[in-house]
Design a protein around this ligand. Sequence first.
Ligand code: FAD
Length: 287
Amino acid sequence: MKIIDILNAGKVTVSCELFPPKHGSQLSGAKLVVSETAKLNPSFISITCGAGGSTGDRTVSLAGEAQNVCGVTALAHLTCISAGRDSIKGVLAELASLGIENILALRGDLPEGQTSPAGHYRYASDLMREIRDYGGFCIGGACYPEGHPESATLQEDVDNLKIKVDCGCRFLTTQMFFDNNVLYNYMFRLLRSGVDVPIVAGVMPVIDGRQINRICKLSGTALPPRFKAIVDRFSSQPAAMVQAGVAYATEQIIDLVANGVRHVHLYTMNKPDIAGKIMSNLSEIFA
Ligand code: FAD
């Protein structure tokens, strides 16, 4: 099923993101994570691909596993920063042969020391145009409520999103954020700028307080004081941090849905038990 049809069906949706293991480690563990996540009955499962397209073949096989073995619609991430046209077309053919109809088309992060893309595709929108011309896929893209770290201004970043939409992007998934007001202001700005595709709000349950400062620094995400206090207080007590992280994400989602956000994407970090706790807390809201 195409994700745009799931998003336009008029219900609140919750989807889950998983990542494939690096080359050299077994795929069987990741398949188990896919099947445990599928049991939660998410609206769709997305599978990331490693930086610069590494693990791309594993993204394709796990997307196939989610959809064809576990029966949940799959969204395969595809990056283009160091890809040639032939390799991209090869991946598109593989995805099509597995019946996968949804791609999150991304540029990917610049390798360290590089200031602009060196491959055939410069921006995610170039990849989107390629996929659109290939045909048959529902294309999604990434967006950044606090601005992409390379953009001079938030408005410049939003204007570039309009190019993505013009190149065939049907929906946008946000970078994680911990302050819902940031998302509400951003959604208002998107609409005012003519970016009117469905927005899927990316929520990350933080269950490891030690990782969060590094993740926020890399993604440019701000930590609101209320959240920082939780991390400061509980990060040295793993079980308490899990409870607090699940509670924070649960409350964050309740507030999002209460304010009219219809689509939530959980950055599960391959932890179906954590996603399961949140989804069970919200079972009536997602019913
Ligand atoms: P783009 O849309 O190309 O944007 C990159 C920068 O260029 C932005 O500053 C933008 O404003 C600017 N820009 C865009 N178009 C133009 C234009 N036409 N002219 C001038 N400037 C322009 N990374 C991975 O490696 N694997 C993954 O699986 C992955 N999944 C992700 C999922 C989500 C939901 C998100 C939010 C991010 C994900 N990323 C992933 C990270 C992403 O690859 C990086 O953030 C990357 O730096 C930018 O990718 P993009 O697709 O947003 O790029």
